[in-house]
Design a protein around this ligand. Structure first.
Ligand SMILES: [Fe+2]
Ligand SMILES: [Fe+2]
Length: 178
């Protein structure tokens, strides 16, 4: 893939920060770049605009946590518009979860929906492949610590465990004293 058509987006802070966000147990940046590669090659085959498809791909899951399986496409589409992308990019992003969500209305939308499925499958096989060397779990631990969403969840989980330990300790001391 010639990255020239997305060079500015690859350097954008909103895209750079996805190196530290988790998506399908891999860095979100890996997933979005994988989708961009598939979109880049699929676009000419489906008669879609290559630049639009690839730019939509590198932004398609930004802020996905703020929505659900069916609504996060609309959230990422809004972010793309805020970043100054043309309507065709947002239109492609909004339907990338099809059939979980709206049906694509443009060729670029179909490219992105197919590219996302292929890349998601590849994310999974890459994660499973890395389980044997320990790479996948090490990367997952790193992402749990660096991703604000998971870091917060882990902190809450640690607090809950500490509270349960305190209660159990208190009860066992009480039982021993009786
Ligand atoms: Fe998505
Ligand atoms: Fe995706």
């Amino acid at each position: 893939m010639n990255q020239a058509c997305i060079a500015d987006l690859l350097a954008h802070p909103r895209v750079l920060e996805t190196h530290d966000h988790m998506h399908h147990s891999v860095p979100k940046h890996d997933h979005m770049l994988r989708v961009a590669r598939y979109a880049y090659f699929l676009a000419p085959l489906l008669g879609a605009d290559q630049r639009t498809s690839t730019r939509a791909a590198i932004l398609h899951d930004i802020d996905s946590r703020l929505g659900t399986l069916t609504t996060h496409g609309a959230i990422a589409a809004r972010v793309a518009a805020e970043l100054g992308e043309p309507e065709a990019v947002s239109l492609a992003i909004v339907s990338h979860m099809y059939p979980f969500g709206p049906r694509p209305t443009t060729r670029e939308g179909w490219v992105l929906a197919v590219a996302d499925k292929l890349a998601s499958f590849r994310d999974m096989t890459s994660f499973i492949g890395g389980l044997f060397s320990g790479r996948s779990l090490a990367e997952r631990r790193r992402l749990c610590a660096s991703d604000p969403f998971y870091a917060e969840r882990m902190a809450k989980r640690r607090q809950r465990r500490a509270m349960i330990s305190r209660i159990l300790l208190h009860r066992s001391r009480k039982a021993l004293a009786e």
